[in-house]
Every structure is written in structure tokens, then in C-alpha cells.
Design a binder for this molecule. Structure first.
Ligand code: ARG
Length: 273
């Protein structure tokens, strides 16, 4: 893999208004304290990590009253320079959708309206030319059909079964063009069989690593940025030849998010594809 191939363009949202004010996943406890200043420092470290790796990071202006807006992965799905807007399941996050949509419109991307509940890259990941699409908690199965129409890529539905791993990106990480890491028991039996068929050499994560959101990792094909607490997974990845960079996002984890949740991948159209 050439260095050029590993350059990434990300969109992030500073956690200026981050808080845990409601509970829409089992990680969130509005009565537990959150250190808002620490959350911002941790997020800045993540952003700095990407810049140090040579990636480009754009920022969207945070909106007061939208405490989960830091989780930019839920803001859209961007493939081949086309954007599919999002529609959140929960009313608390609904107003994030137009905020992200207008960022993309202003940036000049063609934007397709979401017809069904779809929480962007939280549930939709590009792997080996296919779109892996999670369902069971947030993104609906109907949205998977829209994905296929919008992007013209095969869509593989994966059924999530554990409420702690409510978005696909909490249970599966795309490592490079060919391979993924995932927690088998986060998926239905049929989806586990599909994953084995598609990715026979996948890195299988242990529960302990998934429970610190270790799979909520961002890979550029060679460097994997993952929660510092996921030491077992990091060791497995290094055995496979990846470089690992641990970041501590303890405060954002209190909302159920890790590095990947904070990071939306902007994929431009590639001339050769
Ligand atoms: N509190 C947010 C929610 O429950 C966390 C979103 C995490 N994002 C992600 N891509 N997994 O919606």
C-alpha cells in the first residue's frame, strides 16, 4: 500500500456542547458526572493524531443543544463524492441531520435525502468495495435498499443483537481494503456466517476489548487509531502488521462513543474506480 493510498480526509465536530443529558444507548447515564473540559482535550488529541498521521481534518461548527453532535460519523455517509444524508431514530438527535446536511451542501457535495432512519457511518461502512450495513437498533433495513440505489454498491445487511453494540461501528472495524476486525457475538448467527464467508481472515475481537469500545477504531490501512484501553485488540492488530495508536476518549465513551464515532470519512470520487 502506497503512502498516498493511506491519506484520509475526515470531518470532525469539536465537543463544545458535549454532555450526557439523555440515555439512548446503555452507555449513557445522565446522572453520572462527565468532565466536559477533559472531553475537549481528549478530542483534540484525537484530531492531532490524525494530523500527525498526515490526514486532513475539516471541522463542522458545533450547535448548542446538540450534545451528541461530536459523533460526526452519524452525520452522513460519503462514498465516491456522493452524500447520503441521515435520519436519526431518536428525536434528541434529529436536528443534527440538517446541520450536517447544510455543511455538505455548502462544501459543494451532491446530497441525497434520507428516506428512512439511517445513522450514517455509525451503521454503514465501506469494505472491499461493498457497503456493510448494520441494523437492529438504529439504521433500518429499508435504508439499506436506499443505500444500494444511491451508491450503486452491493450492500450487505448485518444484524446487530447486543444493545451495547448498537451501531455497526461499535462491533466491527474496517482495517483495510481486504480485512476487518469484529466481535462475533455482537451479530446474529446468520450475520456471523456472512462475515466468516466474506472475511475468513478477520481479526476476531474479545469481549473485553469491545467493552471499552475497542472496535470503534479508525484505520487508514496501516495505522489503527483505537481506544487506549483496548490493549488486547491492539496486540492482535500489531501481530497482523498494523501500527496501533491508542487514544483515551474516556469522557466521550460515557455517551457510547469512541474514535470512529467522532470521525466521518469523506471519500472523494476515485478516477480509477
Ligand atoms: N450518544 C450517541 C448515540 O447514542 C453516540 C453515538 C456514537 N456514534 C457512533 N458512530 N457509534 O447516538
Amino acid at each position: 500500500m502506497t503512502l498516498d493510498n493511506s491519506r484520509r480526509h475526515y470531518l470532525m465536530c469539536r465537543p463544545t456542547y458535549f454532555a450526557v443529558e439523555y440515555a439512548i444507548n446503555p452507555w449513557m447515564d445522565p446522572s453520572a458526572p462527565v468532565d466536559a473540559a477533559l472531553a475537549i482535550r481528549q478530542w483534540e488529541t484525537l484530531r492531532r493524531t490524525y494530523l500527525d498521521l498526515g490526514h486532513t481534518v475539516d471541522e463542522i461548527e458545533p450547535v448548542p443543544g446538540l450534545p451528541d453532535m461530536v459523533f460526526a460519523a452519524n452525520g452522513a455517509t460519503v462514498v465516491d463524492g456522493e452524500v447520503l444524508a441521515v435520519q436519526f431514530r431518536d428525536p434528541q438527535r434529529a436536528d443534527e441531520a440538517p446541520a450536517y446536511r447544510s455543511w455538505f451542501e455548502r462544501a459543494g457535495y451532491p446530497v441525497h435525502e434520507a428516506k428512512y432512519v439511517n445513522e450514517g457511518e455509525g451503521d454503514i461502512l465501506l469494505a472491499n468495495g461493498m457497503l456493510l450495513a448494520g441494523t437492529g437498533f438504529r439504521t433500518t433495513h429499508a435504508a439499506h435498499a436506499q443505500l444500494q440505489e444511491v451508491f450503486g454498491r452491493p450492500v450487505v445487511t448485518l444484524q446487530l443483537v447486543d444493545p451495547r453494540f448498537y451501531h455497526l461501528d461499535t462491533a466491527l472495524c474496517v482495517l483495510d481494503e481486504r480485512n476487518v476486525a469484529y466481535l462475533p457475538e455482537a451479530f446474529s448467527a446468520g450475520s456471523q456466517a456472512v462475515l466468516r464467508r466474506l472475511f475468513p481472515d478477520a481479526v476476531l475481537a474479545e469481549a473485553a476489548d469491545a467493552e471499552v469500545l475497542g472496535l470503534n477504531a479508525v484505520s487508514d490501512g496501516r495505522n489503527v487509531v483505537l481506544p487506549a484501553q483496548a490493549t488486547g485488540l491492539a496486540a492482535k492488530l500489531r501481530e497482523r502488521g498494523y501500527a496501533t495508536i491508542g487514544v483515551d476518549l474516556s469522557e466521550l465513551r460515557k455517551a457510547g462513543g469512541g474514535p470512529k464515532c467522532c470521525t466521518l470519512v469523506l471519500r472523494e470520487r476515485e478516477a480509477s474506480k
